[in-house]
Design a protein around this ligand. Sequence first.
Ligand SMILES: [Cu+2]
Length: 107
Amino acid sequence: MTPEEGLHTGEFRLLEVDHRAILPINLNIRAVVTSADVIHSLAIPRLGIKIDAIPGRLNQVGFFALRSGVYYGQCSEICGANHSFIPIALEIVPFSVFREWLQVNSQ
Ligand SMILES: [Cu+2]
C-alpha cells in the first residue's frame, strides 16, 4: 500500500499500491488464489469478482475486462487487525502495452 505521504493528486488513500498488477484487455484471464496465513477474500467490484483465498487450497476465478483502466479492490474478509490495509490494484491495458511491459519486466 502506498503511504498517505506518497500519494499523488487523483490517487486513492488505502487503495493505491506501489506495484499494480498489469493485465491485458479483451483476453480471458484466470486468477489462481491461495493464502499463506489466514482466510482472505479478494474482491474487485468493477470486475464482479469476489473469491476466497484459503491456506492450503487453490481457488480460481476467470474474468474478461472490456475496458482499460485501473480496477481497485480490497480484502473483504475480516482476516485480522490489518484487514483494511490489503488493497488490490489491477491496471488493464491494451495487449500491445502489456507485451511491452512483459518484455521489460521479464528480463
Ligand atoms: Cu485479508
